[in-house]
Design a protein around this ligand. Structure first.
Ligand code: NAP
Ligand code: ZN
Ligand code: ZN
Length: 346
């Protein structure tokens, strides 16, 4: 077993604090990864604070992992020492159900294993990326293409794939009008990706404070949702809306912005339920959908797409001691646009 430094949440209300955790011995198909950078996803905060149900403390969160292979098990074929690699939200799944066989491990019928908060092959609770190293079975390790720096790549492993997957599934591309609600970690990646796919992109943010950035990242239009006129001006005008907001919104107001046959995909995962009035859907054959991260093959496809289009996340690199401060800034929508922890400071 390998003992590594980490930062853990010990209760829903205490700040995260330094600790050590054990990583399992390398099995034949395992890869030991030296973590270089670890992104801070809003899901880490929801989990650390037990907002989605009680967490099992102490818990080390973090599922946007970028690093370098330190050691490989005897049967590993896809990776070698020194390779640049990533790990996202999943570290295992049953691999046998129909969904796993289709590359939809995130919808595994037998429950995929989360990078944190799950139960690992050793029967121990899985612990995530706010740590110096991690052991992961090779089928759940991604290759980070040379063209993307490791720090800017880390957030792609969750924020990137979570927005890429619905954009692809609902055919974002030329001639399609895509709106993104919320310009945080997921939202800014949705803007970059939808633009790279050729869609016409609109940001719907609470204010115009981040307008310049939004346009620079690829948005064609930028509106403040605090302005009531936004909802009349844009009524019936989008084919696809990606909602990345971590809080409960008035979904009916946003559904009315969809054109006939338009779809609003919820990726934001607020603590409280979202309600929808039937008459926000019926008059224009609209759909209200959800989407969960992406499968392993699709995550690799997304990384390759980002390398081809020169995309990475907009990041602010912080030392581990600033994690709690960063959490407060994320909660205040003051993130530009993803905090990434320098793993050498754990
Ligand atoms: P984030 O960086 O905090 O971004 C969320 C953005 O939503 C904020 O920057 C803000 O953008 C907007 N917002 C926040 N509070 C709001 C409010 N009360 N009203 C209106 N807008 C508000 O969070 P993130 O890391 O992108 O994650 C977003 C959500 O997605 C979280 O709930 C997370 O758990 C979830 N998530 C889901 C999946 C999945 O697979 N479905 C994967 C990862 C994350 P503006 O300032 O531009 O308004
Ligand atoms: Zn995440
Ligand atoms: Zn399965």
């Amino acid at each position: 077993m390998l003992t590594v430094n980490a930062y853990a949440a010990t209760s829903a209300t205490e700040p995260l604090a330094p600790t050590t955790i054990e990583r399992r011995d390398l099995g034949p198909d395992d890869v030991l990864i030296d973590i270089r950078f670890s992104g801070i996803c809003h899901s880490d905060i929801h989990t650390a604070r037990s907002e989605w149900g009680p967490a099992r403390y102490p818990i080390v969160v973090g599922h946007e992992i970028a690093g370098v292979v330190r050691e490989v098990g005897s049967a590993v074929t896809k990776f070698a020492v020194g390779d640049r690699v990533g790990v996202g939200c999943l570290v295992d799944s049953c691999r046998e159900c129909d969904n796993c066989r289709k590359g939809l491990e995130q919808y595994c019928r037998n429950g995929s294993t989360g990078t944190y908060g799950g139960v690992g092959r050793d029967g121990e609770p899985t612990q995530g990326g706010y740590s110096q190293a991690i052991v992961v079975t090779e089928d759940f390790v991604l290759r980070i293409p040379d063209g993307i720096e490791l720090d800017a790549a880390a957030p792609l492993l969750c924020a990137g794939i979570t927005t890429y997957s619905p954009l692809r599934h609902w055919n974002a591309g030329p001639g399609r009008r895509v709106a993104v609600i919320g310009m945080g970690g997921l939202g800014h990646m949705a803007v970059k990706l939808a633009h790279a796919m050729g869609a016409e992109v609109t940001v719907l943010s609470q204010s115009l404070k981040k307008r310049e950035d939004g346009l620079r990242l690829g948005a064609d239009h930028y509106y403040a949702t605090s302005d009531e006129d936004t909802f009349t001006t844009l009524a019936g005008s989008f084919d696809l809306i990606i909602n990345t907001v971590s809080a409960t919104l008035d979904m009916d107001a946003y559904l009315r912005l969809l054109a006939v046959d338009g779809t609003l995909v919820n990726v934001g995962a607020p603590e409280k339920p979202l309600s929808v009035h039937a008459f926000s859907l019926i008059p224009a054959r609209r759909s209200f959908a959800g989407s969960n991260i992406g499968g392993i093959a699709e995550t690799q496809e997304m990384l390759d797409f980002c390398a081809e289009h020169g995309l990475g996340a907009e990041i602010e690199v912080i030392p581990a001691e600033k994690i709690n401060e960063a959490y407060e800034r994320v909660l205040a929508s003051d993130v530009r646009y993803r905090f990434v922890i320098d793993a050498s400071t754990f």
